[in-house]
Design a protein around this ligand. Structure first.
Ligand code: B12
Length: 368
């Protein structure tokens, strides 16, 4: 086997597969400015990027369209270019940082009457702050007083903030499905503090299925819909504290807890077993070994998240995405199978985990 893993280890590819081409609301007027902003961002030219956004506003494009159909669309394209491996991780960081900064050009005025105060934050360990920022700025433009807490906000700090500011709602963002257990903790904690929660971001599924499952009070697929939902009236008041297993009775089998607690050991043992079975791994460089372990950790993390929400699709989507990444790099998708087999061996006493692994292998199917 060449690798599970070298093919998985390239971040640019990892990011882009499945990225959308344009903002779903992009219109033709905005498209021209999006192209110009893209050129500036691609060149790492922050000054021109600010000029483009300023000119778009002067030309009469609505600030919300500038935010979502120009800046948001360019950010989607960043993902696409990563997919095609035409952008390095460093170039992505530059592009994202420029997009983050040009958002400040929109500088909305303080809301006159004020619709009320809301908090928006990424769940613990979630670094994808830009999607949350786009939602935050949209709500600001629509007249909300917004406390934007940014990336990876530990739940205890979020709750402290909620107690201090008494927002009408907490908006929680998460892009990675592996953060769903954290999101659940944050949702139930905010609700226990009497504050309704709206969630969004790629982690919750294209149809919001995990938002419903985790008991969120509302979900929206993108920023405009989020603003419309909040404008439609106050979210229902949460009905009171509940236990994790009230939402997810399947967790009573303890499989998620056991797998989540033994992630480090599972990754270490699987790595050692792979080394025994595939002596070629002995010649891996330190970096390759590090990446291999990282990639195994991703597989185990996604398995744990799939156990948490009891969704085979969550795990199979991840493996199919990984297979695409491998294939794009000329690495056979089948090279994932030995790692899955070894994991299954170690999880032989966990029927739900074994079923997920079976589904994963089936999803890889007849891929070469
Ligand atoms: C930039 C980026 C990063 C940056 C983030 C920087 C930042 N400050 O945000 C960095 C480098 C940190 C990063 C890291 C990683 N990333 Co990344 N990243 C991206 C990328 C290219 C763009 C994200 C973005 O800004 N999108 C633009 C916005 C507009 O899109 P959006 O998410 O759809 O947001 C809208 C809606 O979701 C909704 N919404 C969002 N939040 C909320 C909240 C509420 C309340 C509501 C109602 C609505 C709502 O409204 C938004 C605006 O309309 C995406 C690719 C992509 N297609 O998005 C990958 C992507 C999200 N990353 C991915 C991965 C795998 C990772 C890493 C695991 C990679 C690694 N090697 O470790 C790490 C994990 C980091 C972590 N622990 O969180 C994957 C996730 C795959 C998955 N779902 O399983 C993606 C999808 C790429 C891919 N296609 O594979 N990443």
């Amino acid at each position: 086997m060449t690798t599970l893993l070298t093919g998985l280890s390239d971040e640019p590819n990892r990011h882009g597969v499945g990225a959308r081409l344009t903002s779903p609301h992009g219109d033709t007027k905005a498209a021209r400015w999006a192209d110009e902003l893209w050129s500036a961002v691609r060149a790492g030219d922050e000054y021109t990027a600010v000029d483009v956004v300023t000119e778009a506003l002067h030309a009469g494009l609505e600030p919300e369209a500038v935010l979502l159909d120009v800046i948001g669309a360019v950010q989607h394209r960043v993902g696409l270019e990563w997919a095609a491996n035409r952008m390095s991780v460093a170039e992505e960081h530059v592009a994202t940082a420029i997009n983050d900064r040009v958002i400040a050009t929109l500088s909305p005025h303080r809301p006159a009457a004020g619709r009320g105060r809301v908090t928006i934050a990424c769940v613990d360990q979630e670094w994808h702050s830009l999607p949350a920022r786009l939602v935050a700025e949209t709500l600001r433009l629509r007249g909300w007083e917004v406390d934007y807490l940014g990336a990876q906000v530990p739940t205890a700090h979020l709750i402290g903030h909620v107690h201090r500011t008494a927002p009408a709602a907490v908006c929680l963002s998460s892009s990675l499905p592996t953060r769903l257990p954290m999101a659940h903790t944050a949702i139930t904690a905010c609700q226990a503090a009497g504050t309704p929660v709206m969630v969004g971001g790629l982690a919750f599924g294209a149809d919001g299925r995990y938002a419903r499952l985790l008991g969120a009070d509302a979900w929206a697929p993108e920023a405009r819909a989020a603003a419309d939902e909040l404008a439609a009236g106050p979210l229902p008041q949460p009905s009171g504290a509940r236990q994790t297993t009230d939402d997810l009775p399947h967790l009573a089998d303890q499989e998620y807890t056991m797998v989540a607690q033994s992630c480090t050991r599972l990754v270490r043992d699987t790595f050692q077993l792979l080394e025994q079975d595939f002596p070629a791994m002995k010649d891996y460089s330190d970096e390759q070994r590090e990446r291999t372990a990282e990639d195994l950790a991703h597989i185990v993390d996604f398995l744990a998240a799939a156990l948490y929400v009891d969704s085979a699709v969550l795990f199979t989507d991840f493996l199919e995405w990984t297979a695409e990444v491998l294939t794009a790099r000329g690495v056979p998708a089948r090279s994932l199978v030995p790692g899955l087999d070894l994991l299954e061996e170690q999880l032989r006493d966990f029927p739900r985990a074994r079923n997920l692994i079976h589904a994963g292998r089936a999803a890889l199917g007849s891929r070469p």
